[in-house]
Ligand binder design. Structure first.
Ligand code: PAF
Length: 281
């Protein structure tokens, strides 16, 4: 596996693969790999001849007071795991490489970044769209694979890809879960033992929503959200940042919850860790 830390070294390798007619699959990540990341890498490997994984804890997508400094990092372990997963190239630029002095451009996907996580994390999705656009330009992938846990991110990146004519085939990979249902996330490692147990309330709430719709077909969203809120509140120290039922394509709020709608939630555990999850009803 080739490890590249700067863009000027990346370009010749990408050009060579393009000349050889190889297709390139990109998995953008912030590192600290878990089974969810490895599944994305395997998917990229299935789709394309060459797999590129980027590791970059992108400062522009963290707000003031968020976890940029303490975000878990483990480069050597990640490199080993990526190698074992059959990744061809690991791109791990520094913040100075991505945002050199004088950098001033930002990409904003206007409507899709307003609701859900966008409300409590202003600027977050501009940071995501900007860094992914840069990665698309640097890696020139045929395909890019993202996890569906970050459903809003995926919707917004699809929109950016279409709006800015990147022409990348964007693939969403289903959420990979722990045995008890907790969605895999690098942030799960902030949880202590008790918090880890209570964090399953996100999954429990989603399962409740799915069951309700299977039984009743259509339920007023206000009522469903109340029930999901109760389940979240049963978790010791759990506080919902939001619980929403939206159209999965437009992310617009729905009044009636029914089959095919997306239920998404973000929950603070002990006001310390913020986790997200979602499911199609
Ligand atoms: O999902 C993530 O890990 C990040 O938001 C991404 C897509 C790598 C951009 O920094």
């Amino acid at each position: 596996m080739i490890i590249v830390k700067n863009a000027s070294h990346l370009a010749p390798q990408i050009s060579q693969w393009k000349r050889e007619g190889k297709t390139i699959g990109l998995v953008p990540t912030m590192g600290f790999f878990h089974a969810g990341h490895l599944a994305l890498m395997q998917e990229a490997g299935k789709q394309c001849n060459k797999t590129v994984v980027s590791i970059f804890v992108n400062p522009r997508q963290f707000g003031p007071g968020e976890d940029l400094e303490k975000y878990p990092r483990s480069f050597d372990r990640d490199a080993q795991l990526a190698k074992e997963a059959g990744v061809d190239l690991l791109f791990a630029p520094t913040p100075e490489e991505m945002y050199p002095r004088g950098y001033q451009t930002s990409i904003s996907v206007q409507n899709l970044s307003k609701g859900l996580c966008g409300q409590s994390r202003p600027g977050h999705f501009d940071g995501v769209a900007t860094v992914v656009a840069k990665l698309f330009n640097l890696v020139q992938p045929d395909t890019a694979v993202f996890g569906e846990k970050d459903f809003q991110q995926l919707a917004l990146l699809r929109q950016m890809n279409a709006d800015l004519n990147f022409g990348v085939d964007i693939i969403g990979h289903p959420i990979v879960r722990e045995k008890d249902g907790l969605a895999m996330s690098s942030r799960n490692q902030y949880l202590d033992r008790d918090e880890r147990k209570t964090a399953v309330c996100l999954y429990k709430a989603l399962q409740h929503g799915i069951k309700k719709i299977a039984e009743s077909q259509r339920i007023p969203v206000v009522k469903l959200i109340e029930e999901l809120q109760d389940i979240v509140n049963e978790g010791q120290g759990c506080r919902a940042d939001y619980i929403a039922v939206v159209d999965p394509a437009t992310l617009e709020s729905q009044e009636v919850a029914q089959k095919g709608a997306l239920v998404a939630l973000a929950v603070f555990i002990n006001d310390k860790v913020r986790l997200i999850d979602n499911a199609i009803l």
